[in-house]
Design a binder for this molecule. Structure first.
Ligand SMILES: NC(=O)C1=CN([C@@H]2O[C@H](COP(=O)(O)OP(=O)(O)OC[C@H]3O[C@@H](n4cnc5c(N)ncnc54)[C@H](O)[C@@H]3O)[C@@H](O)[C@H]2O)C=CC1
Ligand SMILES: O=C(O)CCC(=O)C(=O)O
Length: 418
């Protein structure tokens, strides 16, 4: 058994979380053994013609961790550091997230090793379409439904849906979620992760007696999840005192004006050099700044045993998947810092993806208010359930949320005869 401090790789972290929950639930060893590794995984290597006439070879993965509760569901990441180990962990977290929210999905995830910032739009389109063709045998509306994740967006989802539809010989809006509205996307999907996150922050701060008005928020990662979270927290009266992206971190004691900062990032490609803000150095130390609410919204492993003792926030809401390593989790729990775990805090994205899939199957679009109301209701219910289990079992919220999820997956496996 590895010590908590040695658990750093995403799959080892996810397996540890599973084992912790399974031990408390008394799940039989063969079921834990089954769930420790993905059900199905493919690695593909494929050529893409570049604008200069050369051909480059890319590697990508699609991993289905579990389809016990329904078709695989999960995002697709384009990033230079993607590994099969990472994608497998992300797929396992998708299984728990969908089970916790009681969505009729299993868990899956995909990734392509590439740096989309260095690709032209044409190269990105050819890469997306070719990757879609390579994984088409494994995915599909009733088997596994991709969605956006880090450095992928509605454009990429549109190209993938078009590729699947051409291959299937008919429009297949239900094959991908996070699509543009014009292709059957859902109202509210682009802001869903952040809306869901903020709903859990409201639930947690209410129970902790922490007023949101005037609360200081620090956000690591200023993309889809992080920037929208900043917007919604500002609307609730929080001061967003620091944010970071892959290039820099900036802060301002009286609060950064979020809309102006978003426009600056759109114009320059980074939050770096935002007028009137101070630079935070090194950027990763942003998680240690004084604040009430810390939102990791970038990549895995940013909260470690080294920085956890210096974290000043009272509440950590994980927009990112896997940002807190197990040794850091223990330190934060002992220090009385509440962590809303990824599988709960960022589940708004997949919840609205589920709504989008249902709308695609029904060929019937819901109104924006319907999506918003149902999302808030799902998030509040999942939060209340995890909170209640944490109190009853005397655990942190991550263990409680994972216990709820693992017991639901176990239930499905038992009824399937496993
Ligand atoms: N987009 C979605 O619906 C969902 C996203 N998530 C998770 O949220 C996290 C962020 O995803 P998105 O916002 O969708 O991606 P995105 O591609 O829109 O944004 C990622 C942001 O993180 C920043 N970043 C990258 N490396 C960084 C670093 N080392 N330090 C600080 N910032 C860094 C980038 O500059 C960018 O601003 C990921 O962990 C993802 O898995 C979770 C659930 C749903
Ligand atoms: O919307 C989805 O299907 C999945 C989003 C995702 O990848 C995640 O929740 O980590």
């Amino acid at each position: 058994m590895l010590s908590l401090e040695a658990l750093r790789g995403p799959l080892a972290v996810a397996q540890h979380q599973l084992e912790e929950a399974a031990a408390r639930l008394g799940i039989p060893p063969h079921v834990v053994d089954l769930l420790r590794e993905p059900e199905r995984a493919i690695a593909v290597r494929f050529p893409v013609r570049m604008d200069d006439g050369s051909t480059r070879i890319f590697t990508g993965y699609r991993v289905q961790h579990s389809t016990a509760r329904g078709p695989g569901k999960g995002g697709l990441r384009f990033h230079p550091d993607v590994t099969q180990d990472e994608v497998s962990a992300l797929a396992m977290w998708m299984t728990w997230k969908c089970a916790l929210l009681d969505l009729p999905f299993g868990g899956a995830k995909g990734g392509v090793i590439c740096n989309p910032k260095e690709l032209s739009e044409g190269e990105l389109e050819r890469l997306s379409r070719r990757f879609a063709e390579e994984i088409a045998g494994l995915v599909g509306p009733g088997r596994d439904i991709p969605a956006p994740d880090v450095y992928t967006d509605e454009r990429v989802m549109g190209w993938m849906m078009d590729t699947f539809s051409r291959m299937g010989g008919r429009p297949l809006p239900e094959s991908v979620t996070g699509k543009p509205l014009a292709l059957g996307g859902s109202h509210g999907r682009s802001t869903a992760t952040a809306r869901g996150l903020v709903e859990t922050v409201k639930e947690a701060t209410g129970r902790l007696g922490l007023p949101l008005k005037g609360a200081r928020a620090v956000i690591q990662g200023f993309g889809n999840a992080g920037a929208h979270a900043a917007r919604f927290l500002e609307e609730l009266g929080c001061r967003v005192v620091a944010v970071s992206d892959s290039q820099a971190a900036v802060g301002r004691e009286d609060g950064l004006p979020v809309e102006v900062l978003v426009a600056h990032k759109e114009r320059t490609g980074s939050v770096a050099g935002f007028p009137g803000a101070e630079e935070v150095r090194p950027p990763e130390s942003i998680v240690e700044l004084p604040c009430e609410i810390l939102i990791p919204a970038a990549l895995e492993g940013s909260i470690t045993e080294e920085n956890a003792p210096r974290i000043q926030a009272r509440l950590v809401a994980e927009a990112a998947n896997g940002p807190t390593l197990p040794a850091a989790d223990r330190i934060l729990h002992e220090r009385g810092v509440t962590v809303i775990p990824d599988i709960l805090a960022n589940a708004g994205g997949v919840t609205v993806s589920y709504f989008e899939w249902v709308q695609g199957l029904q060929r019937y679009a819901w109104k924006e208010e319907t999506v918003a109301e149902r999302l808030a209701e799902h998030m509040r219910e999942a939060f209340a359930h995890a909170w209640e289990v944490a109190r009853r079992e005397g655990t942190d919220l991550r263990t409680a949320a994972t216990m709820v999820a693992v017991s639901r997956v176990y239930d499905a496996l038992r009824w399937r005869g496993v």
